[in-house]
Ligand binder design. Structure first.
Ligand code: GLA
Length: 717
């Protein structure tokens, strides 16, 4: 049997070698394709990326675009390389020649293509992988690098992807950030030379630059027109995208782990697998790319992306570190009163020798503080059960404060330089995750809590500082592996968490949204988008995430940041996974009633927001308002959110054409989330219109006052 399989394999790959040289290797989705051919020198060239062709064999007749797929360093190329190493004999170059390619269907909709290449002179191989998701028009690309030289080799560059473009001009949209300023969108035209977007922060890697970009060809793309590619690296560590515009106006986009300070030693026979570069392309603007990615993320990236989420009340902004059992018991009762599903206890519940009463101490000492919680966490879980709500808890297990018992016991478990002063951020240091003992400890923080309190139904996993003075005592003389091994170790811990607790909802937090990427999210059900919950700011932050992240993953809390009405704050939070972080006792009767009703409304409409298609109708970047809507796939229900931002006195806003409805259906429009004793001011309230009318004529959905909002439930009749 084995022998037959072996012969078969030989036949197939032999066929591949000869046949592929005059045949296109096409990575296809329903709408798009990426085409490679092999030239007479056995080099693999990218010849096309765009809308699917009727007949890609025609690519052989015209000598159009022709760029080597994955250009190695050291021979004839004069620009940025995708891969670089030095061979055992000191030769600093690589050549990659086509060996074979194969495509296999992983299921009805997913095809994996592998293009195998090797150096003709050295036992050095690169396998380029593509996974094409037909329905979502998304492609994942990554490489596997290996060799059979005698001694280890050091990889200096190891990209996941190199894509080529030949257009008249190129427009790059990036999302830069800082604490409380996440996902600031900015578009600029690329000029000759190299533009780099990268991170060197190790942990909390995306706090300044995020691993998301859009590239528009020939002109800036808008929501519904223009050629655009949206890309991101699924890697929770240092990343790098470089966009190099050369002398021929060709653009080369290289995506991968940031090779910065990360020369990677690869032993013979071992495979280095890069993270995946995830991308989608559209010739009809950014609405399509973001719908593709949101859909794909729900199905293939995010944990349990098709399952409902819990609404919650968090105590962070109302108590900070100052609470006790009695206060928390009151908040658990408030959780019930408000009608949300879960109470989330934040930072400050742990440590005894150095109690966690501020952010200057205690990280690492994860036992309940006896003064605040004399009966432990268990009593709170029980109290929640009694009230008929769930209980969740905050941890930051990768970190340690110098003022902690963990620091005293295990100084060797900490990332810090020998012979240099410790460098703090939020008074804390990062644990040496590559060390397996540290991995056990970090896993244990979550596992012990769960074992002691099986009733815990939710966790918030935080990470509040980047890595500096990066030196791993465990890695000894292999320090350049620290950034990569840290991230890999984090995945190993999370693999263990998910093996034991496959569906425990966990929020990924990083001092706000400093750690958001698709690979990280495969272990989490949701993420904390930003510590900034001022709803005016939040409209922009949520807008930014929406180009990549589905609403179901984006945690939005109603807090006391900003001075807007509870209605405005609630309406903004509803455009995602809604939660609260306010003092319920401080709400007046009407505000409380409004909030209780809003929770009921949210539960009714959330499946449309969570699982529907999102349409950005009016961008906050283009004026003083923002309008977006979600439509379920059956086109039977839609929710439209309209926010006035800093609009001027009686600023006039034009009507907005709705999108995504069925033109032949009739829909009833109802404004919901109205404040008690107020009536809708919109003349179309309660009326019915055809999808045709709503999409061709539209509705006047904006009020006139600054910082006000309206939510409309649109239901097929
Ligand atoms: C980070 C998080 C906050 C909160 C604090 C607790 O800043 O983003 O939501 O959990 O930590 O210290």
């Amino acid at each position: 049997m084995k022998l037959i399989a072996g012969i078969l394999l030989l036949v197939v790959s032999a066929y591949a070698v000869t046949a592929q040289t005059d045949q296109a290797i096409s990575i296809q989705t329903q709408k798009n394709e990426l085409v490679y051919t092999v030239d007479k020198d056995q080099k693999v060239n990218q010849v096309y990326l765009g809308e699917r062709l009727g007949n890609n064999a025609e690519l052989f007749n015209a000598k159009g675009m022709q760029h080597e797929m994955y250009i190695p360093f050291g021979t004839s190329d004069l620009f940025e390389s995708a891969i670089r190493t030095t061979h055992n004999d000191g030769n600093p170059s690589i050549e990659l020649k086509f060996v074979s390619s194969e495509a296999k269907k992983l299921d009805e909709y997913i095809t994996e293509t592998i293009i195998r290449m090797k150096d003709p002179q050295y036992p050095f191989e690169v396998n380029m992988h593509f996974k094409a998701y037909a329905r979502e028009d998304v492609i994942e690309q990554w490489t596997e690098i290996s060799h059979q030289e005698k001694l280890p080799i050091t990889l200096a560059i190891f990209a996941s992807s190199m894509l080529h473009f030949d257009a008249k001009s190129y427009w790059l949209t990036q999302f830069h950030a800082d604490w409380a300023k996440e996902m600031r969108m900015e578009e600029s035209q690329l000029t000759s030379g190299i533009k780099v977007i990268d991170s060197k922060l190790g942990t909390r890697a995306d706090v300044y630059q995020t691993p998301f970009f859009m590239l528009a060809l020939n002109k800036p793309a808008d929501e519904n027109t223009g050629e655009v590619l949206a890309g991101t690296l699924a890697w929770t560590g240092n990343f790098k995208f470089s966009f190099e515009l050369d002398n021929n106006n060709s653009l080369r986009v290289i995506s991968g782990i940031n090779p910065y300070a990360s020369e990677y030693k690869l032993a013979p026979g071992k495979i280095f697998t890069t993270p995946t570069f995830v991308f989608t392309y559209s010739n009809s603007g950014k609405e399509t790319t973001s719908q593709n990615l949101q859909k794909w993320a729900r199905k293939y990236a995010l944990l349990d992306g098709d399952k409902p989420r819990m609404t919650l009340l968090n105590n962070w902004e109302t108590t900070f570190f100052d609470f006790n059992e009695q206060k928390l018991t009151g908040m658990i009762a408030d959780t019930k009163k408000l009608g949300v599903d879960l109470f989330l206890l934040d930072d400050g519940w742990f440590a005894n020798k150095y109690p966690r009463n501020n952010d200057k101490s205690s990280l690492g000492d994860w036992e309940p503080n006896k003064t605040k919680l004399p009966n432990g966490v268990g009593i709170l879980v029980k109290e929640a059960e009694k009230q008929g709500v769930k209980f969740g808890i905050w941890i930051e297990p990768e970190m340690v404060n110098p003022k902690s018992e963990l620091y005293e016991k295990h100084p060797d478990w900490i990332i810090k330089l020998p012979n240099r002063p410790e460098n703090y951020s939020r008074n804390q240091l990062v644990l040496d995750l590559p060390n397996p003992k540290v991995q056990d400890f970090v896993f244990g923080v979550l596992d012990n809590l769960m074992t002691e309190n099986p009733g815990i139904a939710y966790m918030k996993w935080d990470c509040n500082r980047p890595m500096t003075s990066s030196y791993s005592p465990y890695l000894k003389d292999n320090q350049s592996a620290i950034y990569i091994e840290y991230t890999q170790a984090w995945y190993k811990i999370l693999d263990r968490v998910r093996a034991k607790y496959p569906h425990l909802p966990i929020m990924l937090c990083s001092g706000g949204g400093g750690r958001i990427d698709y690979r990280g999210l495969s272990y989490f059900t949701e993420f904390w988008a930003s510590d900034n919950t001022d709803p005016l700011e939040r409209v922009f932050i949520q807008w930014g995430y929406s180009y990549y992240m589905p609403a179901i993953a984006t945690c939005n809390h109603i807090t006391s940041w900003g001075k807007q009405s509870i209605k405005f704050r609630t309406d903004v939070a509803m455009m995602g996974k809604m939660g609260y972080d306010i003092q319920i006792a401080h709400l007046n009767d009407k505000e409380l009633k409004f909030s209780q009703d809003a929770v009921v409304n949210y539960k009714r409409i959330s499946d449309v927001v969570w699982y529907g298609n999102m349409f950005r109708l009016v961008s906050p970047y283009e004026g003083n308002r923002a309008v977006a809507m979600y439509v379920n796939y059956a086109k039977s229900k839609a929710i439209l959110f309209s926010y006035n931002l800093n609009s001027r006195f009686r600023e006039a806003f034009n009507t907005v054409k709705l999108r995504g409805l069925d033109e032949s259906k009739k829909y009833k429009i109802e404004e919901i989330n109205l404040f008690p004793d107020t009536k809708s001011k919109f003349p179309f309230q309660g009326k019915t219109f055809s999808g045709d009318y709503l999409m061709k004529v539209g509705l006047s959905v904006s009020g006139s006052e600054a910082l006000t909002s309206s939510v409309f439930e649109i239901t097929e009749m």
